[in-house]
Design a protein around this ligand. Structure first.
Ligand code: NDP
Length: 300
């Protein structure tokens, strides 16, 4: 295997260690205890796991975690009221509503209600719009805008692995609002020349063959083939696909959107699944919560 493995576990731990230090320093200097409120509606098993993991990460970083668990039959009005109460609570710096919401509740309505200054998921149109209008990555970071966690995590992985994005040809496969679009904008803000591919794209293998950087966010197991990869390219695999066990009685497997072994044989560096982008999402959430608490303390 030729490629360097981009170790998302180690890099996410480094980010969380920085956050832990920052949270302690903020408390010491200003008395502000960083706090994240997570709202979970219903009993979706995957969402329960995500919320639990966020709570554990908060605890490790010294961030106060406030969990609100509401039944699946919660009304939109009750959910909106909770978000408004959290908006008005000065001891809460970040608000995260775990998606997807149960049927009958509107994701958009509740996300738009979150105070943009507490929108640590980076999904509020004000944060999306602000970051869209700033050209350079350094200026985006200095602006105090909240970046969405998974796309920001992809950039952090590339940065901390020493991948030079300046003038690089980047191909992002996927154009979703939560991954493809924002990661494309962030790559462009780092001076990459970005092509966004999707289900109607012609000659995806040819496009990928020209890419110095590939970000795959499709949701289809091992869709990007090793033979499409340009030798030496950096590969960020966002995909998380649950597959049945290889042997009877074995455990389910998680695979990415890239044919890992074959791609790793030619790439310069690559993220594994699991252990690549996945752990970065929560680490960047912790970073955003510290950023929010710091911005709150500066306004006190
Ligand atoms: P979406 O389903 O919202 O978007 C998938 C994108 O892939 C769409 O833009 C779609 O194109 C494109 N696509 C589908 N088929 C093809 C094809 N044949 N050729 C080229 N492009 C295609 O997914 P998400 O962006 O939400 O998630 C993508 C993956 O990332 C999933 O596996 C998800 O689980 C994972 N993920 C991982 C996270 C993490 O923390 N690591 C966080 C978020 C997501 P079109 O728009 O034309 O339909």
């Amino acid at each position: 295997m030729a490629a360097k493995i981009i170790d998302g576990k180690a890099i996410s731990q480094a980010v969380k260690d920085e956050v832990t230090k920052g949270v302690a320093e903020l408390k010491e200097k200003t008395g502000v205890q960083a706090a994240l409120a997570v709202v979970l509606v219903g009993e979706d098993p995957a969402s329960q796991v995500y919320v639990r993991n966020k709570g554990i990460a908060c605890e490790k970083c010294g961030i106060k975690s406030i969990e609100h668990k509401l039944p699946a039959d919660t009304t939109q009005a009750a959910l909106n009221k909770l978000v408004e109460d959290l908006n008005n609570d000065d001891s809460v710096h970040g608000i995260l509503v775990q998606l997807p919401l149960p049927k009958g509740l509107s994701d958009d309505e509740v996300l738009n209600l979150i105070n943009p200054a507490k929108d640590v998921d980076g999904f509020h149109p004000i944060n999306v719009g602000k970051f869209l209008t700033i050209k350079k990555y350094a200026d985006i970071q200095a602006s105090g805008v909240f970046l969405p966690c998974t796309p920001h995590g992809c950039i952090e992985l590339l940065d901390r692995s020493g991948v030079d994005l300046n003038g690089a040809n980047a191909v992002v496969v996927g154009r979703s609002n939560i991954v493809g679009k924002p990661v494309s904008l962030l790559l462009m803000s780092k001076n990459a020349t970005v092509t966004i591919a999707h289900s109607r794209t012609k000659d995806l293998p040819g496009l990928i063959k020209s890419a110095d950087v590939v970000v795959a966010a499709i949701g289809m197991p091992e869709f990007v083939k090793g033979e499409w990869i340009k030798p030496g390219a950096a590969i960020i695999d966002v995909g998380i696909n649950r597959m049945p066990p290889k042997e009877e009685g074995g455990k389910d497997r998680l695979v990415g959107d890239v044919e890992y072994e074959a791609a790793a044989a030619v790439a310069g560096c690559i993220t594994p699944v699991p252990g690549g982008v996945g752990p970065m999402t929560i680490a960047m959430l912790m970073k955003n919560t510290l950023q929010s608490a710091t911005q709150f303390a500066a306004k006190k």
